[in-house]
Design a binder for this molecule. Structure first.
Ligand SMILES: [Zn+2]
Ligand SMILES: [Zn+2]
Ligand SMILES: [Zn+2]
Length: 490
């Protein structure tokens, strides 16, 4: 049962409300957590709410040098089509005090200063050369601002209502690490006089398990943010809302129609992944067994379908898989589970290998090296004949291939990969035409076609029968129409 008691002060002007969620249940089926519910009906593509900025945010270490720590404008966004929103000539300047944060303007610096930076800048100077983890920085920001009266009571109470998962960390053996990080958080923030050791550990646990990713309008990750309103939106692998960021503003938009009193869900994970992988990721990072509408259907949907039956795997690939089963534990990792027979275990091993290769290439900074590893991964998916073109991580490899081909200026390869994705993958993975990922990737294809159209003569990329200017125009038109739905008119 849901109730509308005003447990959260100041929430009456919002088109949603907080109540007990039926999706958050303990092992006895008792409701144990809150969720966010629609206060009225919403059509698909509705802008439900604009949050001016999340309560706290913390940039990735690599982004501190090229991103404004106040408005999150990323000055060096690399891929074509992802920088439309960055004004030409935008630069960031280092805070002379702490030498850690950079700002794009005096007004951004002033805003951040008044929001709380004035209470930490001097202390941060002493640790200017230290790489402090982003979750520690976020927890520090919260504690320093609360200590100095800069977080109002209602936001603070909502924040404390979020689960810290300390008991889960104690159970999985990671509490030692949490304690250590909490110690650093206390010391660097000079808040030991205000908050106890256990309280800081809980706050750090809250940041780890309730933060969301700060992204550009085209979904490039920049850091983490924590906000008590956003953190109350529960997960579903079949979400009905999504978040779009424009600078520090976070918009909640509907992906599909919502009825009044329906619970809002976002997806915490890549929901195009197979069932067992989603379950495993949600369990290990957020400590719950997902029972969403999609997971209730188990491993029966498109993202779990293989292109061939496991018994039809070619002999060569059976041998490759058997060798992996001997050397690595992919086949026994629950995240790769596909079935119990020896044939299925081979498929699990190959799938585990593909995901491991995907995770490895994501950590590679040099684009040439990344391309090599991505191509190895794609070859495994392609040559084993197991993967459909849209099955993960085959599709995710292709996304990374495009980004890295752009980084090394191989535009014609990037374009042909984009075209393949546009034609064969996007409609499968994102059937809603105004799905934000689909729209962003259509934009990317359009911008690339436009670029190729304007330079094809110079680059020798002219191809008979391919009318790049026309393709560019059609894609731009489509992207423009759809982005009004996914990202708003502006
Ligand atoms: Zn700025
Ligand atoms: Zn500073
Ligand atoms: Zn699920």
């Amino acid at each position: 049962m849901t109730s509308t008691q005003p447990k959260y002060p100041g929430s009456s002007d919002r088109p949603f409300y907080f109540a007990r969620s039926e999706i958050c249940v303990d092992s006895d089926g008792e409701c144990i957590g809150d969720g966010v519910f629609a206060g009225e009906d919403f059509e698909a593509g509705t802008h439900i709410y604009a949050l001016k900025r999340p309560l706290a945010g913390s940039l990735d270490t690599e982004r501190l040098v090229d991103t404004c720590a106040n408005c999150y404008v990323w000055t060096e966004g690399s891929s074509i089509g992802s920088r439309l929103y960055v004004k030409e000539g935008t630069k960031v300047q280092t805070c002379a005090g702490c030498k850690r944060f950079r700002y794009c303007s005096k007004s951004c610096q002033r805003e951040a200063w008044n929001r709380g930076h004035k209470h930490e800048c001097k202390n941060l100077r002493a640790v200017a050369d230290r790489d402090i983890p982003k979750a520690v920085m976020a927890a520090m920001e919260i504690l320093i601002r609360r200590k100095n009266g800069l977080i109002p009571d209602h936001a603070w109470e909502m924040l404390l209502r979020l689960d810290s998962h300390i008991e889960d960390f104690k159970a999985n053996g990671k509490y030692g690490g949490i304690e250590l990080m909490a110690l650093g958080t206390s010391q660097f923030s000079f808040t030991q006089d205000t908050f106890s050791k256990d309280f800081v550990a809980e706050m750090y646990g809250r940041v780890l398990t309730n933060s969301l990713t700060i992204v550009t309008p085209s979904y490039d990750p920049l850091g983490i943010m924590i906000d008590p309103i956003l953190a109350h939106i529960n997960h579903s692998c079949e979400p009905n809302v999504y978040l779009v960021m424009d600078g520090a503003e976070v918009d909640i938009r509907s992906l599909r129609p919502l009825k009044k009193d329906e619970e809002l869900f976002v997806s915490y994970v890549d929901n195009t992944n197979p069932y067992a992988r989603r379950q495993s990721e949600l369990k290990s990072r957020w400590f719950f067994n997902c029972k969403c509408s999609k997971c209730q259907k188990g491993a029966t949907l498109q993202e779990d379908k293989w292109a061939i039956q496991p018994r039809d795997l070619e002999q060569k690939w059976k041998e490759v898989a058997d060798m992996m089963i001997g050397n690595e534990d992919f086949a026994t990792d629950p995240a790769n589970f596909v079935g119990d027979s020896p044939d299925w275990r081979r498929v699990a091993a190959l799938q585990g290998k593909a995901f491991a290769m995907y995770e490895d290439e994501q950590r590679v900074a040099d684009p040439h090296q990344a391309i090599k590893e991505i191509e190895d991964g794609m070859r495994l998916c392609y040559q084993s004949k197991l993967w459909h073109i849209y099955r993960q991580p085959y599709a995710a490899f292709r996304d990374d291939l495009i980004v890295n081909m752009l980084a090394v200026q191989k535009y014609s390869i990037a374009f042909s990969q984009c075209a393949k994705r546009y034609r064969y993958i996007l409609p499968k993975l994102y059937p809603e035409v105004a799905h934000p990922t689909r729209v962003v990737q259509t934009w990317q294809t359009a911008m690339l076609a436009l670029f190729v159209a304007s330079t094809e003569g110079a680059l020798g990329m002219a191809q008979p029968g391919v009318d790049f200017p026309l393709i560019a125009l059609m894609l731009l038109n489509e992207a423009h129409m759809l982005s009004a739905k996914s990202h708003g008119e502006n």
